[in-house]
Design a protein. Sequence first.
Length: 241
Amino acid sequence: MFTSTDYDKLEQLMSEKPENRTLIQKLLSSQEETISAISHEIRNPLTLVYSTLQFLESRHPEIVSDRYWRSMREDIEYMKQLLEELSSLNHSTSLSRSVFSFREFMEHIVLSFASSCMDGPIEFTSFLSPSLPTVCADRTKLKEVFLNILRNAAESIDGSGSIRLEAFVQNHNITVQIEDSGCGISEEQQNQIFQPFVTYKSNGTGLGLAIVRRVIDAHEGQITVTSTVGKGTVFTILLPI
C-alpha cells in the first residue's frame, strides 16, 4: 500500500514527463483493480457468515451472552469495517464532482453532528461564514472527510469536553478548522497519523485519516494538524476556490 509520501513522489515523477504520467496512471489503475477484486472476493463470504450469525442469534438469543460469541462477532464486524474503509481508500482519489453551495453543505454537516452530541457531555459549537462560496467538488467524499474528523474529535474526549468547527474564506481558500479539547496527539504520532494502517485506537483500522488526506489531496487542498498532549487538537483543511 502506498503512503502519502509515496503519492507525493509519484506526482513529482508524473509532472516531469507526459510519458511518466501515462505509465504511472496505468500502474495505479492496475493496483486499484487488484484491491477491488480481492476486497470483493472476501466481502461476499464474509457477508454470508455475518448473516448466518444474525440468524443463529434470532434462533438462540441466549448465545449473545457468551463471551466467545461476542468476540467472534466483534472480529467479523471489524473485518467488515476494514473492507469498507479499504474500498474507500482505494477510490478516494476518484472524484465525482458537482456544483453546490459550500455553506449549505456545511450546515447539513453541522446539524448532523450536533444531533449526535445533543444528549452527551460534549459541547459542540460552530461558525459558518456567510461568504462561503459555491464549489465544484465531490460532495459525498467531502462529507466523509468532515464527519470522520468530527467523530475522531469526539472519541478523543474522555467525559465532558468541547468541539468547535469554523468555516470561512481566507486567501482564496475555504478554510475549515475543527478543534477539540481531547487527549491530544504526540508530535511523533502527528507525523504518522495520515499513513495507511497507522492507528492509536484499540478498534481502529488506521485508514480513516489516510482516506481524509487522499480526498483532500485529490481536491488539490491541504490538511494540517496541530496538537498538544492533554490539551486538544486542531485539524485545518484548506480547499482552493
